[in-house]
Design a protein around this ligand. Structure first.
Ligand code: PRT
Ligand code: ZN
Length: 283
């Protein structure tokens, strides 16, 4: 049975399971089980701490894994990163006490930086010619400067509120991260076919995500303007209506742009605008 390693609990667990569900692979949530076999796809989920996932895939105990890119990079795991999954987005940044004047990375020369990501930090410091000491701590990195363990920290930042709450300011970003699908190197034919199926399904999911289907009636005279407002995947679909000088227009828009587009379309005379959720777009 081919295995996919997933975080057993934590920030990526729910989104990983939701992604599998969205692409038609049902697995039971971890609870107390370490493995769960999908009833409708030839795959077994293996629930682990995120730290262990890159090695478990590199070593072949699981063929695939879903894990933060930061964990893959930190462990310099010998796996293929086969898809970016768009959730668990964050960055790894250097932060210093907010009162410190800061003019550039040279600030870090001769300083001590606390982090749980010494590998990524070491490579960043070397690449930028910074001579700083690294203090490895596993939890609550953000309190290190206040308690005198270090001058600065290198940690995951998402909204930035943890830094602010600890009197720190973000000054450099070393990497952007998100959840990725990783695969063991040297897949056999069966594993390769399964990977292609996974990638096809994930691709479909990514294309469909955050999209809305728009349907409206439009005076034919406004059609050119509407086509400029709505550059759909290829071009929007235009259908005739019983009343000759009107047509019906169908298109796909990003949910984030929905209200702007609707306002523009109303302004050129669109009526009866229907907005619908999209389940899948298969290109
Ligand atoms: O138990 P296990 O080892 O499996 O989990 P974990 O506790 O090591 O990891 P977990 O569940 O906290 O995070 C899993 C992955 O989520 C990370 O490896 C990142 O890829 C991703 N991720 C995304 C984050 C964040 N956003 C995040 N904000 N991981 C951690 N944080 C923490 C960060 O460490 C800091 O303490 O949130 C705080 C900062 O958040 P903001 O929003 O205040 O900036
Ligand atoms: Zn972890």
């Amino acid at each position: 049975m081919i295995r996919i390693a997933i975080q057993s609990k934590g920030r990526l667990n729910e989104d990983s399971l939701a992604l599998l569900r969205d692409i038609g692979i049902d697995v039971d949530a971890p609870k107390r089980k370490l493995v769960s076999r999908s009833q409708n796809f030839p795959l077994e989920a293996l629930y682990l701490r995120d730290d262990d996932i890159p090695q478990v895939v590199a070593g072949g105990t699981a063929t695939f894994g879903i894990v933060g890119l930061n964990e893959v990079e930190e462990r310099a795991a010998d796996v293929d990163i086969v898809a970016r999954l768009g959730f668990g987005t964050c960055r790894l940044s250097l932060a210093i006490p907010k009162g410190e004047p800061y003019e550039g990375p040279a600030w870090f020369n001769g300083r001590k930086i606390a982090t749980s990501y010494p590998g990524i930090l070491r490579r960043y410091l070397d690449a930028n010619g910074i001579d700083a000491r690294i203090e490895v701590i596993t939890g609550s990195v953000e309190i290190a400067p206040a308690v005198g363990i270090a001058d600065a920290i290198f940690d995951i930042v998402s909204s930035g509120s943890t830094l602010i709450a600890n009197g720190l300011k973000e000054v450099e970003t070393a990497m952007e991260s998100e959840a990725v699908l990783i695969a063991r190197k040297g897949l056999d034919t069966q594993e390769q076919e399964l990977l292609e199926d996974l990638l096809f399904r994930i691709g479909t999911e990514t294309v469909s995500k955050g999209k809305k289907y728009l349907l409206m009636n439009l005076p034919r005279t406004a059609l050119d303007q509407a086509l400029r407002i709505l550059p759909a995947m290829r071009s929007p679909t235009v259908m005739p209506l019983a009343t000759e000088d009107w047509c019906s227009l169908h298109s796909v828009v990003n949910a984030s742009e929905l209200w702007t587009k609707v306002r523009q379309l109303k302004a050129i005379g669109a009526e009866g605008i229907l907005v619908m959720d999209i389940d899948k777009i298969i290109l």
